[in-house]
Design a protein around this ligand. Structure first.
Ligand code: PEP
Ligand code: MG
Length: 578
């Protein structure tokens, strides 16, 4: 009998294959007492397991192909750093000696202690760090117990298999990827969890948050995974199998067509031009931009330069990185967003003094930038200085009021005066824009437009703040809905107000890169979409097969729809033929 399971589709694509179910991720740990004379031997055994874990992670990292996305490498580096941290390398040793117990038990106690601390902190970023602790501890436990360091290396080949796991560590994901798995499912995680980011980076179809998946699927059963819809079909019947085999075939031919599109502009059949730009997170990301035909950078998330280090990047370091990007873009605009730290993107170098009771509503985005002018000013200077090398735009994250914008402008003006005095050149007219990611900004476009030159809709946060859904909380992920009428109305209001007051409005949230929404967005009037580079060809293909005038009528209806279901029906009509 076939079974249909629903999770969260995080990386598009269809996979058909045999399931490989990873059953016991956490080894059973037992405590045993050791005689004093064996304690130092136990400490050495623990040290050896740590060393093997380091060797394992280093050898994965060092053998990654050049094309491996930077975020995958960064995840593995974080795990390596954790192995060095005294909380995992030294405290268990103290526990072995104090409690005269085995290394596994000492490590388990320390793991429980750390997880308890993270649990009580109620911070979404630290929740993901808790998962990192678990993954690193699991690795060491497996090594202490003489097991293989990874879940890979199974007796049978994993090529073409769909891996079903409670959760995949970055290192395991990379190993499985190299073994040629077709897709993976994880029981935990949401659209922004590590597993989801990894799947997108590695271009592996994936479904996450599929709770208790391993109870429903047996090793070797045939499964079909639809990473777009978040569906997993177990032991499908012949009809479903044929349907998905055809879809898979269509996907293959579509991918072949896409690469031919990169040189063409995005333009609807009735001639409406749409500019497709790329979102960049790390300097390494820029290699892909020319390949996919990006017409500029619509969002450079500079906060990633500050994370996982204790000292902020100084003006010169930033200047060198931004200049590299501007030069690669060769005359196309580069939008550099001032650091959007706080909430799920902490910077250890900032002493906030107290833990925010609700980080998503606390000191983050522009609020944090303004609280720390000593961090902001070097960045403003670096951005201004690179504006001498090509078209640069500066964007402010999480704008909610004009006074914040004016404070940033004052600091920009001061930086301009200082740079002139110091003999640096820069673009005197460098555009300054704001990311619209809070309803307050969407509803006050005319006021913001008096001070800003452009706006970009940050739908990831706009949806979070409009629907009161923490985007990192997998308990409420199912309510995170880009098609909620309130979200569409805010997007439309922003666009209409922008047109009225003559300020360009683009979009740089994830919605912009999801081809399911492309026709709706261009129908609503968007002419600049910025997205992960890998999404760009498919979005372009949708645009180039669309008729703007038809979509504009349907999109207007969607704006006044009563619920997401009605909007979904309209979206289906728009997407006919996609
Ligand atoms: C957004 O919120 O849509 C956005 C682009 O910013 P980030 O995802 O970095 O919060
Ligand atoms: Mg945001």
């Amino acid at each position: 009998m076939s079974v249909l399971l629903m999770g969260i589709g995080v990386a598009r694509g269809i996979a058909i294959g045999k399931a490989h179910v990873l059953l016991c991720e956490v080894p059973d740990i037992v405590e045993y007492a050791l005689p004093v004379e064996l304690l130092e031997h136990e400490v050495l055994r623990f040290g050896a397991a740590l060393e093997k874990a380091r060797f394992h992670l280093r050898s994965i990292r060092d053998h990654l192909p050049m094309t491996t996305p930077a975020d995958v490498t960064a995840f593995i580096d974080i795990h390596l750093l954790m192995l060095e941290d005294s909380s995992l390398s030294k405290v268990p040793v103290d526990l072995i000696r104090e409690q005269q117990c085995n290394a596994e038990w000492a490590l388990k106690q320390q793991r429980d202690h750390l997880v308890h601390i993270f649990d009580s902190m109620d911070d979404p970023y630290l929740r993901t760090r808790k998962d990192d602790v678990d993954q690193v501890v699991n690795l060491v436990q497996r090594l202490l117990m003489g097991q293989s360091p990874s879940w890979g290396g199974s007796a049978h080949s994993l090529r073409g298999r769909v891996v079903i796991a409670e959760e995949l560590s970055p290192a395991d994901a990379v190993l499985f990827y190299h073994e040629g798995i077709a897709a993976f499912v994880s029981e935990r995680g949401g659209p922004t969890s590590h597993a989801a980011i990894l799947a997108r980076s590695l271009d592996l179809p994936a479904v996450v948050g599929l709770r208790r998946a391993r109870q429903f699927i047996l090793e070797g059963e045939t499964v079909i995974l639809d990473g777009r819809r978040g569906v997993l079909l177990v032991e499908p019947d012949q009809r479903s199998l044929r349907y998905y085999e055809d879809r898979l075939q269509e996907d293959h031919s579509r991918i072949a067509d896409l690469s031919r599109l990169s040189r063409l502009p995005a333009r609807t059949l009735d001639g409406r031009r749409v500019r497709l730009m790329a979102n960049v997170e790390l300097p390494e990301d820029i290699d892909e931009l020319a390949e996919v035909g990006a017409e500029g950078v619509g969002l450079y998330r500079t906060e990633f330069l500050y994370m996982n280090r204790s000292d902020p990047p100084d003006e010169e370091e930033q200047f060198a990185i931004y200049r590299g990007l501007v030069q690669v873009m060769d005359g196309n605009p580069v939008t550099i967003r001032i650091f959007d730290l706080g909430a799920d993107k902490p910077f250890p170098g900032i002493e906030l003094g107290q833990v925010s009771p609700n980080p998503a509503l606390g000191l983050r985005g522009v609020r944090l930038c303004l609280r720390f002018p000593n961090l902001l000013v070097p960045q403003l200077r670096a951005i201004l200085r690179v504006s001498a090398y090509g078209p640069v735009r500066m964007a402010i994250p999480m704008v909610t009021r004009t006074s914040e914008v004016m404070q940033v402008i004052r600091l920009v003006e001061q930086s301009r005066r200082d740079l002139r005095r110091d003999g640096f050149s820069f673009d005197e007219d460098m555009p300054l824009g704001g990311i619209v990611e809070v309803p307050a900004a969407a509803l006050t476009v005319p006021s913001l437009a008096r001070h800003l030159d452009f706006l970009s809709l940050g739908t990831n946060d706009l949806i979070q703040y409009t629907l009161a859904i923490d985007r990192t909380d997998d308990q409420v992920n199912y309510l995170y809905d880009p098609l909620h009428p309130a979200v569409l109305r805010l997007i439309y209001t922003t666009l209409r107000a922008g047109t009225k007051v003559g300020i360009p409005v683009g979009m740089c949230g994830e919605m912009a890169g999801d081809p399911r929404y492309t026709r709706l967005l261009i129908g609503l009037g968007l002419q600049e979409l910025s997205m992960h580079p890998s999404s760009l060809p498919e979005v372009k293909q949708v645009i180039n097969s669309s008729e703007y005038n038809r979509l504009a009528k349907l999109a207007r209806k969607a704006v006044y729809a009563h619920d997401s279901e009605e909007i979904l029906c309209l979206l289906d009509s728009m997407n006919e033929g996609v």
